[in-house]
Ligand binder design. Structure first.
Ligand code: DX5
Ligand code: ZN
Length: 219
């Protein structure tokens, strides 16, 4: 099996030195960058938009993983495609016509992800699972970094892994929210292959050391 991918969430980085943060994280071994887009409507917080994605694209060769926590994602996917997103993930709770939106993303050559809030059941994916490239399981209620992992999500990750394996297709299983050195093993044992880390990564003070610690724990 390939090594689990570490996706630092730039939500927790120091925006005053964004370029340095991205480059240091990349050198430390970040596999991709998780970009949290919030609109103050779907979630109770406002963050960043396509202009940021376009700027970050210029300073890293790592994939940009855009997590859209916004109402009406269909109205904005083209902006993120044009900004250089490599993965665009939309919330199933926020989009009425998921097949159409997933098609638009894939037609542009971008990976299409779908995500579920912690309380949204996996069965809501039944008809779309064969069309997606990535499934993101939220392990906190989205909106803020630094929240605690909801422990009942272990089973959801395990069930999601089974669901993906049953398709026989390659679908990345990403997990987001409250992931730390102390719980990364249980999340990966449950079947995750991309782990998002915000506070754990960017507040660690030494990104290289943090990546080495995570890799060692997962060996
Ligand atoms: C939460 C965001 C997460 C967040 C993770 O709404 O989707 O990506 O940045 O941060 P931590 O790792 O601190 O929970
Ligand atoms: Zn996120």
């Amino acid at each position: 099996m390939n090594r689990v991918k570490i996706a630092p969430s730039i939500l927790s980085c120091n925006f005053l030195i964004l370029e340095k943060e991205i480059k240091t994280a990349e050198e430390a071994g970040a596999d991709l960058f998780h970009i949290d887009v919030m609109d103050g409507h779907f979630v109770p917080n406002i963050t960043i938009g396509p202009m940021f994605v376009e700027a970050i694209k210029k300073i890293t060769s790592k994939p940009l993983d855009c997590h859209l926590m916004i109402s009406n994602p269909a109205g904005f996917v083209n902006d993120f495609i044009n900004a250089g997103a490599d993965i665009i993930t939309i919330h199933i709770e926020a989009d009425t016509h998921i097949f159409r939106t997933v098609d638009v993303i894939k037609q542009a050559g971008v990976k299409a992800g779908v995500t579920l809030n912690p309380s949204t059941p996996l069965c809501s994916l039944e008809h779309i699972i064969d069309n997606i490239d990535l499934l993101l399981i939220m392990t906190v209620n989205p909106g803020f970094g630094g929240q605690s992992y909801i422990s009942s999500m272990d089973k959801k990750i395990r069930d999601a892994r089974q669901m993906i394996d049953a398709t026989g297709r390659t679908i990345d299983l990403e997990v987001d929210g409250g992931i730390k050195a102390t719980n990364v093993k249980r999340v990966v044992d449950a079947g995750a292959d991309i782990v998002v880390m915000g506070t754990e990564f960017f507040h660690s003070g030494d990104y290289k050391k943090k990546v080495a610690e995570i890799i060692k724990i997962l060996k």
